[in-house]
Design a protein around this ligand. Structure first.
Ligand code: TXA
Ligand code: MG
Length: 341
């Protein structure tokens, strides 16, 4: 199959493909999604096979307006109304009790709940509206790989397997949306951290819980997708926490083992050590978590075309957006931190 790159002016052509049951990757503020008509079972099945995604991992449904939601769920609790008003369009996915017989069965992977979000990208909102259907949209990467933050990443992973990519340049946030379970409206629970932080949510709805399985690595989390290997580039990743002396030690240690090092760190660290390593990728200004989050996935992907045999990646403070950044990086690294002897 030829995979067409659609320009912003060709959004109606891409919408037509979706109506015909084809797959179109679309841009969002977080990462690129792999779109298909959420009411068309054959189309949704193609999403799982194009990504190589386990079929017990349900998909997020993308809508173009808040008003769309009520036809897809059993009820819209007060909490949801407040959250949608405050954060949509934006990087917040809400889990509702699903209304029966509206979505293709594989969308929810047999659960009685459904994940819904309204992405903050004008082109994609237009795409959803013109297709006339709610669209599933898992991240448009091969399952297990880092999520795509550009049309080129999508093309790299899914060329020949999907009808097209709607190209709107690089995404802004760079990490997937926060997933918040509100099926029990009295105890909203974060299943996946993202750019809509716990603190921001609590300002709108009061206490928010965090799925404790996210914190311990040995139990399966409630968002089925969080239990799989994720965001892994071709090279092993090791997380480095600490100041320059720790970086120096880490670089030395792995070089002694014959590894060729790829450094994924901010300008200050790179400036200090770039002469000693095989490849570098900048996470932006000194300790800027917004930039680091935006650049993390493209950074993880970047070493594929270099000599690097191992990636040393910078840890950031685990609060606010840093929660999401560290969650993804720890998965990419299989929780492997550099430990000094
Ligand atoms: O930012 C995003 O959310 C991106 C963009 C493209 O919108 N999409 C995305 O989709 O990250 P995906 O499929 O890669 O991740 C969806 C996550 C998975 O961890 C899945 O298990 C969880 O949401 N999920 C979906 N439906 C669920 C449900 N009913 N209950 C609990 N978790 C659910
Ligand atoms: Mg994903």
């Amino acid at each position: 199959m030829e995979t067409i790159i659609y320009r912003p002016s060709e959004v109606f052509k891409a919408a037509l493909k979706l109506q015909q049951g084809e797959l179109i990757s679309f841009p969002t503020e977080t990462v690129y999604g792999l779109g298909a008509d959420a009411t068309n079972e054959a189309a949704v099945k193609k999403v799982y096979s194009a990504k190589g995604r386990p079929t017990d991992n349900p998909l997020i449904v993308h809508v173009w307006a808040i008003e769309e939601v009520e036809q897809y769920v059993q009820e819209v609790p007060e909490v949801a109304k407040k959250l949608m008003k405050a954060f949509w369009p934006g990087p917040l996915t809400l889990i509702f009790k699903v209304r029966e017989h509206v979505f293709a069965p594989t969308v929810t992977a047999g659960l009685d709940s459904v994940a819904i979000r309204m992405p903050d990208n004008a082109l994609t909102l237009q795409l959803i509206r013109e297709s006339g259907k709610p669209l599933v949209g898992p991240s448009a990467n091969t399952s297990g790989k880092p999520s795509p933050t550009s049309a080129e990443h999508v093309f790299h992973d899914l060329k020949g397997k999907i009808a097209g990519v709607l190209d709107d340049g690089e995404t802004g946030v760079g990490l997937e949306s926060t997933v918040l379970d509100i099926t029990d409206p009295d105890s909203p629970m974060i299943l996946r951290p993202g750019a809509t932080t716990k603190e921001a949510l609590e300002q709108v709805i009061g206490t928010v819980y965090v799925d404790r399985h996210l914190l311990s690595s040995d139990e399966a989390p409630k968002a089925p997708g969080m239990k799989y290997t994720h965001y892994s580039p071709n090279e092993p990743v090791v997380i480095v926490t600490g100041d320059k002396s720790v970086w120096e030690k880490a670089i030395e240690t792995y070089q002694r083992q014959g590894e060729k090092i790829g450094l994924l760190a901010d300008q200050e660290i790179l400036h200090q050590f770039q002469a000693n390593v095989s490849a570098i990728y900048s996470l932006g200004e000194n300790k800027n978590i917004n930039e680091a989050s935006r650049l993390l996935y493209s950074g993880l992907r970047s070493f594929e075309t270099t000599e690097a045999t191992i990636i040393l990646a910078q840890a950031y403070t685990q609060n606010g957006l840093g929660e999401a950044y560290m969650n993804r990086l720890q998965k990419a690294a299989g929780n492997h931190f550099f430990e000094q002897e």
